[in-house]
Write a new protein. Structure first.
Length: 81
C-alpha cells in the first residue's frame, strides 16, 4: 500500500474555485431556470423557504452522488485530489 500525496494549498484552492464554478452552473441551470419559467405565473412561485430547501437538496444530491459513485467530486477529479 502506498501513501497518497498530500495536496498543496494551491491545488486545494484551485479545486475549491473549480467546485464553486460547478455549483454556480448547477444553481443557474437547475434552480434559476425554473424560477424564470414560472415567474410569469405568480401563483406557481413557491415560498422562499421551499426554494432554499430545493437548493439544499439539489446540492446534496450532487455531492452525495459524486462521493458514492467515485469517491470524489468533479473538481477533486480534475485537480487529482
Amino acid at each position: 500500500m502506498t501513501v497518497a500525496e498530500i495536496a498543496s494549498r494551491r491545488r486545494r484552492l484551485g479545486s475549491l474555485l473549480y467546485e464553486a464554478l460547478v455549483i454556480l452552473a448547477l444553481t443557474i441551470f437547475l434552480f434559476l431556470l425554473p424560477l424564470a419559467v414560472f415567474s410569469g405565473v405568480s401563483h406557481l412561485v413557491p415560498a422562499p423557504g421551499l426554494l432554499w430547501l430545493y437548493l439544499f437538496l439539489l446540492l446534496g444530491v450532487y455531492f452525495i452522488g459524486c462521493w458514492i459513485k467515485a469517491g470524489q467530486t468533479l473538481a477533486m477529479k480534475t485537480w487529482e485530489i
